[in-house]
Design a protein around this ligand. Sequence first.
Ligand code: HEC
Length: 141
Amino acid sequence: MKSNIKSSKLPGAIATCTIAAAFTFLFAFTPAPQANVWTAPATADKEKNPIAADAASIEAGKDVYKKKCYDCHGKKGKGDGPKSSELDKAPQDFTKGDFQKQTDGSLFWKIGEGKKPMPGFKHELSKDQRWQVINYIRTLK
Ligand code: HEC
């Protein structure tokens, strides 16, 4: 009788070990989520900035930036605007290489679409204004 009880526990023990091993495997091989990366679709890269980054367009972009972006993104684009502390997610630092490596097309898409807590500006800003603000952001590195 005694040995019967022991052996009846064996399948349970094997199952427990299998589950534990499965979880270990799952955790070890699941790639860490890239929580901080926001990627525009590849097609966005193809769109070229039709507005030359001259003094006039940079100045126009700065004006848009001060009115619509400054509150969250901050004076120098470091993501430290007066409203940034209220946001669920900190805006990226525009002065960093990783940010500046993105194409104008990709930035244009992101500015148009937005991603919570950032609003999309597709309707609020004209295409020209969005390209101008990109020309301005390029000076923040
Ligand atoms: C309400 C705050 C807020 C305002 C206003 C705002 N943004 Fe943002 N922005 C954010 C946040 C937060 C993120 C990060 C979103 C994420 O990655 O999930 C972001 C991300 C971005 C990104 C993408 C950065 C990257 O590397 O992926 C760009 C470009 C950008 N903002 C441009 C602008 C421009 C230009 C304006 C003004 C026209 C603007 N934003 C207005 C909060 C804001």
